[in-house]
Design a protein around this ligand. Structure first.
Ligand code: MLT
Length: 268
């Protein structure tokens, strides 16, 4: 296992085989995939980047767009001479996934959209993000970790999964307030990807969480119905952070999906 620090991106690169790119949510970093690395890397090369300004990756300057995040990921894959990936993104990572597919459809073999949605923010949501960005710039991270943790985890997991909760607390608390601000503004500006869903031509898996109050299973189901041939799986006993809250089932579902696609390739 190695972690490489480069001027533009920090990432983890583990294992060998078909590449799985794991793209984290907001305001987290690659450590949120802690419970996936060992399991997925047995048969895959797993690449987990920190998006610009998150984890140990430097920020992108004065502002950030999700499109820039896509370009950064493509730059990383080019440097590593990786042509195609299975893209797996959670929440903000999923918003980036739609744009990755739109801009670089030939670089994807599969898409795994976890706890995410294709729709853009409505005006109320976008305004709330601008307020949150202003608050981060003015007051710093403050109580953000506590505020977000109760929304992200299923209620029972707040006490049952102390290690995962602590990990998320550390990730949020250590994020630069400017990156929080830029992430919120980037998400507020993101385009509506719903119209792209019917054009997606790679095998796609949606992963929802039984108790996800940020992205409901119903909303993900209606996105799933628009993608030709897509499947959806709801992870039990999990909220918004399915890979951290029920890693065993999450990993089984992802590996079964990836295996089924390889089988199609071999037999087809
Ligand atoms: C995330 O987990 O990335 C966030 O919930 C995304 C968002 O704020 O829409």
């Amino acid at each position: 296992m190695k972690t490489i620090n480069q001027p533009t991106v920090n990432f983890l690169d583990v294992g060998a085989g078909p590449v799985v790119l794991l793209v984290h949510g907001f305001p987290l970093n690659h450590l949120m995939w802690r419970y996936q690395i060992k399991s997925l890397s047995m048969n895959h090369r797993v690449i987990c980047p920190d998006l610009p300004g998150f984890g140990a990756s430097p920020g992108s300057g004065q502002s950030l767009t999700l499109r820039q995040c896509v370009e950064g990921l493509i730059g990383l894959l080019d440097r590593l001479e990786i042509e195609t990936v299975s893209f797996c993104g959670l929440s903000m990572g999923g918003y980036i996934g739609w744009q990755f597919w739109k801009q670089y459809p030939d670089r994807l073999t599969n898409l795994i959209a976890c706890n995410t949605r294709a729709g853009a923010d409505n005006e109320t949501m976008a305004r709330a993000r601008r307020v949150s960005a202003g608050a981060a710039r003015e007051n710093g991270i403050g109580n953000l970790a506590n505020e977000m943790i109760v929304k992200m985890f299923a209620p029972a997991n707040l006490s049952n999964l102390a290690e995962a909760v602590e990990l998320v607390r550390e990730m949020i608390s250590s994020t630069d307030p400017e990156s929080v601000a830029q992430g919120q503004l980037a998400m507020a500006e993101r385009p509506d990807a719903t119209q792209w869903l019917a054009e997606i031509r790679v095998p796609t898996l949606f992963i929802a969480g039984q108790f996800d109050n940020i992205t409901s299973t119903a909303e993900m189901q209606s996105n799933c119905e628009l993608v030709p041939g897509a499947q959806i799986c709801e992870i039990p006993q999990a909220g918004h952070l399915t890979p951290l809250e029920n890693p065993q089932i999450f990993n089984e579902v992802v590996l079964a999906f990836l295996r089924s696609q390889r089988h199609d390739l071999i037999s087809g």
